[in-house]
Design a protein around this ligand. Sequence first.
Ligand code: CP
Length: 317
Amino acid sequence: MILQRKDVLGLEDLSAEEILGTLDIAGRFRAVFDRPVRSVPIMRGRTVVNFFHEPSTRTRISFELAEKRLSADIVNFSTVDSSFKKGETLRDTAENLAAMKIDMLVIRHSSSGAARYLAEVLKCSVINAGDGAHEHPTQGLLDIMTMRQRLGDLRGRKVTIIGDIAHSRVARSNIWGLTKLGAEVTLCGPPTMVPGALAKLGEHVKVEHDLKRAVADADVLNVLRIQLERGAGKAFPGNREYHRMYGITGDVVRGLKPEAFIMHPGPMNRDVEIASEVADGPRQVILDQVANGVAVRMALIYLLSGGDPGALAGGAQ
Ligand code: CP
């Protein structure tokens, strides 16, 4: 078994073998996308609930498409159209869901730890779709899948993550996943967003506040969104100042190694953390990340529901 666990709450919990095994299955599901019929009947009769307590475009639609392509029954609900509005607690909500006999819950929540809390309360599997500033494991997996498609083995590869690392669940999942696979991670941004203490996350993690030095020998730049809704705007004087100091512009990209490429988890603040000429340019792989997201989520849902990787030999049937 590749994933002998009930829940996926973060890449901190997963071993390198679990990460690589899941990505192998994701690669097989990715092959299904090029077929005229993109769905497979392997989750027929299983019920997945998507509970989004925070706005989302990519993650919500990607989970929904993954579940549909696996032929699962799905239910979507969000804070705005549920009894959360009437003051119902997370625990009561969870217990009501459990009473309806669901097989899996996908949760995005603004509070770090919400996914773990539900995993402890519920008997069904829980997948964390992003909890506060803690982790966003499926984003971490799809980022790593995109890097491995271009670089192969990540041992010794240099990944520079730029932006509001302190508030970023994407950064945390990238750091855990990448270092488990042997990559060297450099964290870059203003000291208010990248405290030096983050280097304590591991011997393969370093902090570099100077953008030029941070990207000089990078194989990959993973550019993070400035999270204005989490108060990131107070950490620097203004968007123009941030762009001037840390924005990934055409000039920055022209100074990179020739084969280095640019990633961004979305949604982008164009011309703040990333210039439009880079976001739309030949070195970015942003929409490949999005496509890989569906495959990664199909793989996780399949594996957590007890799917047999052997049954997928030669491609998802
Ligand atoms: N990358 C990401 O989590 O995007 P959404 O907030 O749109 O889901």
